[in-house]
Design a protein around this ligand. Sequence first.
Ligand code: ADE
Length: 226
Amino acid sequence: MPKIKFTIITLFPEALKPYLDSSMLYKAQDRGIIAIEYVNLRDFGLGPHKSVDDTPYGGGDGMLLRCEPVFAAIESVKAVSPDAEVILPTPVGMTWNQDLARQFAGVDTTDTSERHYIILCPHYEGYDERILTIIDHKISLGNYVLTGGELPALILIDSISRLLPGVLGGETSALIESFSDGDNLEYPQYTKPADFRGLKVPEILLSGDHGKIAAWRAEHSGKKAN
Ligand code: ADE
């Protein structure tokens, strides 16, 4: 049983799959740590054209995601997984950060039950406000507007999954790195060669003195720019 299952409700599953089926997220799925399921919103569209959007009452530009296909898609997932929590990426949501990623990953709890997140990817210019009644978490990826929820869905899945034991190569790499300690950014790191075009690796890192190296790293852990 995976630790976390993600169901992505989207009009563009083909835009998501290449990323999620690569690299660490591929491995996380292959190892059974996460599971990713795609639900095509179009399958729940209305009429012969499988329409999912319509014009706003009161006038205005653009098309809004309609309630019926969205509710039907979410209810189809909840029918088999009633406790699944629904996430809506939206610029008016709570701003995503590392603390939230840890909470959603459940890494600081002893609760080992499987978590299931349904990520609804809106598209077009917006959504009918009544859709919010079926949403558990509104999440913003930052103070800018994207064309849809697919990129946020990738970021949410990536930032949550990499915290789960067994996803990253070194078991401690998620612990020591950037943001794990408040706003501390990780210390500068170097690999071979020790001298690249005259740019030298700090001598202390070549010394083998683990105490001094730890002190140097603590001293050189950066702070966020803003
Ligand atoms: N959809 C459009 N813009 C977004 C943002 N900044 N964060 C989350 N979802 C979005």
